[in-house]
Write a protein that binds this ligand. Structure first.
Ligand SMILES: NC(=O)c1ccc[n+]([C@@H]2O[C@H](COP(=O)([O-])OP(=O)(O)OC[C@H]3O[C@@H](n4cnc5c(N)ncnc54)[C@H](O)[C@@H]3O)[C@@H](O)[C@H]2O)c1
Length: 583
């Protein structure tokens, strides 16, 4: 009977909680202003604005080689003008309330949700990725970032109370987070939508303006995204000039670094990151560098292979492997190595790869094109080098393939990867799963850390404590236990790397605050009772006993024993009683 009652109680408790949760989720939200889709005609078009430009960029679909349009390539002078426009607008925006900033983000979020398909289609055309990869890597993560900013952003930007020093016990102390002014973001080609909206949403929420230099290899879509942003700014009553998108080459990126922005976020290769840092040194502009990666994906012998295999395949092949946080080194414990490889290879051989330009193909394709010209050949040379040194091809391999004029490298699995191969050290940024075997946990850690990069990492084991212990020894900015890149879906977490993967953090509380000037403030806690006055002994001209008085203060406040502290008090009293020698 008791058991029956308990079950009943549990049932009703669960039902009540479910109804409460459901009503919370379904509560009517405040309607936000909407604006119409920012493209015209039956086909979705994005950029074609180079008619009057001195220099232009030819935009092509990497899956077919088809021309998408021409966009202007900004001259450095133009970039400097754009920075000035953003600067002027940011002076107004820094005064905005959190309410207005939230409204802007809600308008953007609503538009993104309503127009997911168009956003993904344009990204698929510009970067050659399948629609599902765009939905994951472009839209889903952006929505999560906006949701986090809406729910927690204000909390982390409000003044934060801090402890006062021992001697300052009668004071209050806090940190205020003021906008830096204008953020300069330089971003790569791999996720044309998210790479714009990621720095943009945080920068605007922190009260800044932003100038974003997009990649010359994914510029076409930026024109559509720019129209969306400007329409949202207008709908939220914010100045349109607050956000400036720059299309152009490296010289435009350099002009952004040196042109007077207040901080730079650079997302791209390690080689260009070094140039950005050198250029920023000239003007002492702070930089955050989010650079390359070569993440270790460690699978221990007690891991659940049913779970791991599909996760590993997505880690290697999502976005045709063109992910900063891309699993590039798969370390398998010897007893499960062969079973994992045969399962992964069986799936990899069935993957469909091709152009994603047509609506139908975009939805069914598993792996798309490589976006960067020449990237497929570079991947082939890394694979060739590995095979020449003894690696075995378990799936894919072969030559870069062209479909029309598209650029593809087949999803590939290599086993027997060793330290001497180029593929062990160099970032592939392509659809290659490079597998190595290990015996002990210590060996796995040594292999994972034998790498110039340190961005993300994953450890899989049914024994969570074992996985956590191993994960904590990996030299990387992020570790997902029993998952891949899950840290990125928790937007409260900082994003960034160590070693050649860069420094500084973008994203999360740390990244949001990095877009601010943390200003320290103190004031008297009880101004009606106690204010700082310079004691008479220390007033200019100082008295002979001043030094003993300060020594006494040091002993009294910081002495580690009661004896020391009492001695400090005695010293203070003596100093106060000491008579000034008459001259
Ligand atoms: N850590 C991360 O968050 C992250 C995210 C995505 C990609 N990446 C990395 O990006 C790389 C691939 O992207 P890519 O090939 O577009 O990178 P890239 O370094 O070639 O280019 C990135 C951006 O820098 C600009 N640029 C080029 N020369 C410049 C200069 N001298 N001064 C200023 N800007 C300049 C480019 O025009 C582009 O917009 C990979 O290494 C990948 O790991 C890192």
């Amino acid at each position: 009977m008791l058991a029956y009652v308990d079950r009943q109680t549990l049932y009703w408790a669960a039902l009540t909680v479910s109804v409460l949760l459901l009503s919370y989720w379904l509560r009517p939200g405040q309607p936000v202003p909407k604006f119409p889709p920012q493209w015209s005609g039956s086909g979705i078009t994005a950029g074609n604005d180079a008619a009057n430009a001195k220099q232009s960029l030819l935009c092509q679909d990497p899956g077919t080689g088809q021309t998408l349009g021409l966009v202007s390539a900004a001259h450095p002078d133009q970039v400097r003008q754009q920075i000035e426009l953003a600067k002027t607008a940011s002076k107004e925006w820094r005064q905005s309330s959190f309410h207005q900033r939230r409204l802007l983000l809600k308008i953007l979020l609503q538009h993104i949700i309503d127009n997911q398909e168009a956003i993904c289609r344009v990204s698929a055309l510009d970067s050659g990725k399948p629609m599902v990869d765009a939905a994951f890597g472009e839209v889903l993560v952006t929505c999560e970032k906006i949701r986090w900013l809406l729910s927690e952003g204000e909390r982390w930007l409000r003044p934060e109370s801090r402890s006062t020093g021992r001697m300052m016990f009668y004071k209050k102390a806090w940190v205020e987070f003021h906008p830096v002014g204008v953020v300069g973001a330089i971003v790569p080609f791999n996720y044309p939508f998210h790479n714009i909206f990621n720095p943009l949403t945080a920068a605007l929420f922190a009260g800044n303006g932003i100038v974003i230099k997009v990649s010359e290899h994914a510029s076409w879509s930026s024109r559509l995204y720019e129209r969306i942003i400007h329409a949202a700014l207008q709908a939220a009553g914010a100045p349109k000039e607050l956000v400036q998108i720059v299309t152009g080459y490296g010289d435009a990126g350099n002009a952004l670094v040196t042109g007077g922005v207040d901080t730079v976020i650079f997302v791209g290769s390690t080689a260009v990151g070094k140039k950005v840092m050198a250029a920023a040194a000239e003007t002492l502009t702070p930089v955050t560098l989010e650079l390359g990666g070569k993440d270790a994906f460690i699978v221990l012998d007690d891991a659940d292979l049913n779970q791991v295999t599909q996760t590993a395949l997505r880690g290697a092949f999502q976005g045709a492997g063109q992910n900063c946080m891309g699993a590039e080194r798969f370390l398998l414990q010897a007893p499960i190595h062969d079973a994992f490889v045969s399962r992964a290879a069986a799936v990899a051989q069935k993957l469909r790869q091709g152009p994603t330009a047509s609506e139908q193909a975009g939805r069914v394709m598993d792996v798309g094109a490589t976006c960067l010209p020449g990237l497929a050949e570079k991947i082939a040379s890394l694979v060739d080098d590995a095979v020449a040194q003894g690696a075995k091809v378990a799936a894919g391999g072969g030559r870069p393939q062209t479909n029309g004029s598209g650029q593809f490298f087949p999803p590939t699995i290599l086993t027997g990867i060793t330290h001497s191969m180029r593929i062990w050290r160099e970032e592939v940024f392509g659809p290659v799963m490079a597998v190595a075997a290990f015996n002990t946990d210590d060996e796995a850690v040594a292999l994972a850390n034998d790498c110039p990069f340190g961005l993300g990492s994953s450890v899989f084991s049914r024994n969570t404590a074992r996985a956590r212990n191993l994960g904590s020894r990996i030299e990387a900015g992020m570790t997902s236990i029993n998952d891949f890149a899950a840290t990125y879906m928790s937007q409260s977490l900082p994003f960034g790397g160590v070693k050649e993967s860069g420094f500084g953090r973008f994203g999360g509380i740390e990244g949001l605050r990095a877009l601010c000037i943390p200003k320290s403030v103190t004031e008297d806690r009880f101004p009606w009772l106690m204010r700082t006055d310079i004691p008479p002994l220390l007033q200019y001209p100082v008295k002979a006993a001043a030094f003993d008085f300060v020594c006494g203060l040091v002993k009294m406040f910081y002495g580690l024993t009661l004896r020391d502290q009492l001695q400090g008090i005695v010293k203070i009293v003596r100093a106060l009683l000491e008579r000034e020698p008459t001259s």
